[in-house]
Design a protein around this ligand. Structure first.
Ligand SMILES: *Cc1c(COP(=O)(O)O)cnc(C)c1O
Length: 400
């Protein structure tokens, strides 16, 4: 029998993300591939107290508020650290010590938020949908009606562990109807997927520098109602993660409270200007959606299957089942893909072996992923990329 996936030796070589260093494309949910311009922006030093740097911080905050559609009711508070530091800052600053949060989880990031609340000693109640089912408005509404002690709802906009795009508008609507406050982890969505504070009733949301805005890692930011920020005085459990204190110092001095990640801020500001020049969030969404469509069509054409049904596939990251073929080995597949210029990402599912391919970052649809994946399978002598029957059965639940 001829090999179903012949090596495509005549394919042109994959484009290299960074020809200067030979670095591969990062098909990951952040850190991700950044532009040469963004990298170049880090080639000088700034004094944290200097006017030039203060102006950079101010412009950054203004630009982020503009992307969120703010008309003056919200403010933007950047915070040092990775995205999880900002989630912790948001929960610790805005949830009263006797408050209780309904966490909507369908993957690792929702569960991490619940764990964070446990560390903070804040009340938490969990709707855990497992690996890949979306939390829906009706069940959120029922949970809120059943427990008057719940003060806040925490939703994950795009759950990056499976790539599912959660129904944020639906969740926001029932939360507002029940008179509770909505907090959102929009880490991997903001800057590409719409999150307009005049359309979605949200108290606060968080995102970070190294996701859809395409900056480098080092800090995140919280966009919150000014009234929520003002009410947060004295609430935080943490000195360093106190958003009220950071907000106050920033608004009075223009400075960050403690050492800012100056180079990462410079890179991010360059990335924000490029975001606007590209056409803003809608243009970015279109590029990522095109990336996703090409990746999904290409991978399906050689026999791979996605975890999620088309309706729930986000343009951020896509989970594929590992092939059932015993010749498939993720570590070898990863190495074969890396040799062809692509860093892929391991999966995080409990139902089946999987891997993920990110669609975000400084790249477009010409990235030749399909050829690389077909070659990598041939190198491993994998004859079929079809997933195990058990994995398909699990997915059938979602489609139903
Ligand atoms: C990236 C991400 C985070 C933050 O992760 P860090 O590793 O702390 O930056 C949180 N939530 C979601 C949904 C994410 O995609």
């Amino acid at each position: 029998m001829p090999h179903p996936l012949p090596p495509t030796a005549k394919m042109p070589p994959a484009r290299i993300a960074d020809p200067a260093s030979g670095a591969p494309f990062l098909l990951t949910p952040g850190p991700l591939t950044t532009s040469a311009e963004v990298k170049r922006a880090m080639l000088r030093d700034w004094g944290s107290w200097d006017d030039d740097f203060r102006a950079m911080t101010a412009e950054m905050r203004q630009r982020l508020l503009a992307i969120a559609g703010d008309r003056g009711d919200y403010d933007c508070v950047p915070m040092q650290g990775s995205g999880s530091f900002c989630v912790e800052a948001m929960l610790g600053s805005f949830v009263p010590r006797d408050g209780k949060v309904l966490v909507l989880a369908n993957g690792a990031y929702g569960l991490r938020a619940a764990q964070t609340l446990a560390y903070l000693g804040r009340g938490c109640s969990l709707i855990d949908k497992g690996d890949y089912l979306p939390p829906r408005g009706a069940e959120v509404s029922a949970a809120l009606a059943a427990d008057p002690a719940i003060t806040h709802v925490l939703a994950i906009h795009c759950e990056t562990s499976s790539g599912i795009l959660n129904p944020l508008a639906e969740i926001a609507e029932v939360t507002a109807q029940a008179g509770r406050e909505l907090l959102v982890d929009s880490m991997s969505a903001f800057g590409a997927l719409p999150l307009d504070v005049t359309e979605i009733q949200v108290e606060a949301f968080v995102s970070s520098a190294n996701k859809c805005i395409e900056g480098v890692p080092g800090f995140g930011f919280v966009i919150a109602r000014k009234s929520t920020l003002a009410a947060a005085k004295g609430n935080s459990h943490s000195l360093a993660l106190d958003l009220y204190a950071q907000w106050q110092v920033m608004n009075t001095t223009g400075q960050w409270r403690f050492t800012p990640p100056t180079h990462a801020v410079a890179a991010f500001l360059t990335a924000l200007r490029a975001h606007e020049a590209e056409g803003g969030a809608s243009a970015r969404l279109a590029r990522y959606t095109n990336n996703r469509d090409i990746v999904v069509a290409g991978m399906r054409a050689i026999g791979f299957e996605t975890l999620l049904d088309d309706a729930w596939l986000s343009p951020i990251i896509v989970t594929f089942f590992c092939p059932a073929d015993p010749a498939f080995d993720f570590a070898r597949f990863y190495a074969a893909m890396k040799a062809r210029g692509f860093i892929i990402y391991p999966g995080k599912l409990t139902v089946a072996e999987s891997f993920r391919i990110g669609c975000i970052g400084q790249m477009d649809g010409d990235i030749m992923l399909r050829a690389a994946a077909a070659e990598a399978l041939a190198e491993l002598d994998v004859r079929s990329a079809a997933p195990p029957e058990a994995a398909k059965a699990a997915r059938a639940q979602l489609v139903a």
